[in-house]
Design a binder for this molecule. Structure first.
Ligand SMILES: Cc1ncc(COP(=O)(O)O)c(C=O)c1O
Length: 423
């Protein structure tokens, strides 16, 4: 497992636009109160390589890092393609997703600063599960606001968090002032990441011993997730004799995109090689339920509804946008992060959006060929890979394609069943 995270801010294709912070209290003041200082500092690290603390590395190894890089031979055979398809298997982690990589790091820093409770939001529940486990590892309490429609669709994730001793509340929540305001306007609001972030930050603000943690969208989260790209690079080279970016081959890195953390974790460490001329396509797969990168507007906006976060320039569906309650909770964000948006804006990142049915059909094909059941979010990346393979075949190319299998789908079977039962 890598001993350092990689700070790829210096490899971005342009300067990150300034954030706007006009709230009262300002987002900077809110952040200074609720976030552990070490994490705030990791939003703009001064060094290129940031050491993974020993206790964090130990816990990550205990959980199975480095995760396998799996060559999808059976899928390739089924498709009759000369492409070489690799899956980075984050689904094997104990909480069933890559979110654990940053949850462990963030819990460690919160504990080091003497905070006693971790507070966060969760969409589909994968992030909440990871925070609940990480809290347990470092002797902390966890309080989690889960998007209401996902909570109803996926009760098992709640059960897992509660088994670990976490307290789980639906969002919008009658427990917080912002939640009550949202519920007054719309009592059957299905919830969104925007409502859940607001609930969580407000809850943390009221408790000085609490630390608010973000599952995605923030630079420190992306930093922790660079283990993904660093491991892929080493595994391709050492175990498979492959290097990505061979000219004219059509090589691809593919990840689904919600808040952008699995995408940036996989692709961030490759930005320098790409800027230096490696022939490597970076592809984001999003949901047509919130198609920011393919159909959004490049504008200032916030990640939350309560106005606790700064306005950042990014691809957006608009702050009032409530995504339909599809089974891909992790891709239902209304505003893309500044970094992902910049990559897209500068032409470094391509993007494609899928209907949930198309994505889940791709997930089913992977199950039937490789025996792997991935989270619906990750199935969007698989759907994108199928399109890339079809195009490469038509052009007689033999690309190397790496797909981030960001999570396991065992707790999403209800969704697969409802969408595909008569297909
Ligand atoms: C399994 C899985 N994949 C992907 C995502 C999307 O998040 P991000 O875009 O930050 O990688 C989520 C978010 O909840 C998730 O749980």
């Amino acid at each position: 497992m890598p001993e350092y995270w990689y700070n790829f801010l210096g490899d971005l294709p342009a300067h990150l636009p300034q954030v706007r912070d006009s709230g009262s209290p300002s987002a900077a003041e809110v952040s200074a109160k609720v976030r552990p200082r070490a994490l705030a500092a990791q939003n703009n690290p001064s060094e290129r390589w940031v050491a993974v603390p020993e206790q964090v590395g130990e816990r990550l190894r205990q959980c199975g890092r480095p995760t396998p890089l799996h060559r999808a031979h059976q899928l390739e055979k089924h498709l009759g393609t000369a492409a070489r398809i690799y899956l980075k298997r984050e689904d094997v982690l104990p909480t069933g997703s890559f979110k654990l990589n940053t949850a462990i790091a963030q819990a460690f820093y919160a504990a080091q600063e003497g905070r006693t409770t971790l507070v966060t939001e969760t969409g589909a529940g994968q992030w909440g599960m990871s925070v609940a486990l990480a809290a347990q590892m470092f002797g902390l309490d966890a309080e989690i606001f889960m998007v209401r429609c996902s909570l109803e669709q996926k009760p098992y994730r709640r059960h897992y968090m509660e088994l670990l001793g976490a307290r789980v509340r639906p969002s919008p929540s009658p427990h917080t002032e912002i939640g009550r305001r949202i519920l007054e306007r719309s009592s059957d609001h299905p919830g969104s990441l925007g409502t859940a972030i607001s609930d969580a930050i407000q809850h943390a603000l009221d408790r000085p011993s609490a630390a608010y943690l973000s599952g995605s969208g923030m630079t420190h989260v992306y930093l922790h997730q660079t283990l993904l790209g660093l491991e892929v690079e080493a595994q391709l080279r050492e175990n498979h004799g492959e290097t990505l970016g061979v000219a004219g081959r059509g090589d691809h890195l593919i990840a689904c995109s919600g808040g952008g953390s699995n995408l940036c974790g996989l692709m961030g460490p490759y930005l320098r090689a790409r800027a230096d001329g490696a022939d490597l396509r970076l592809l984001a797969a999003e949901s047509t339920a919130a198609p920011r990168l393919t159909a959004g507007t490049y504008t200032y906006g916030r990640a939350d509804l309560g106005g606790f976060t700064p306005e950042v320039l990014g691809y957006s569906m608009g702050e009032d946008f409530v995504p339909p309650p599809v089974h891909v909770g992790g891709l239902r964000n209304h505003h893309s992060s500044a970094i992902v948006s910049l990559l897209r804006r500068e032409g470094v990142l391509d993007a494609v959006a899928f209907e949930q049915r198309t994505a889940l059909e791709a997930g089913r094909l992977l199950l039937r060929t490789e025996g792997l059941l991935l989270a619906p979010e990750a199935s969007h990346a698989v759907a994108a890979a199928l399109e890339v393979v079809a195009k490469a075949d038509a052009q007689n190319l033999e690309p190397v394609i790496v797909v981030l299998a960001s999570g396991s789908g065992h707790l999403d079977l209800q969704g697969y069943h409802e969408v595909l039962r008569d297909a």
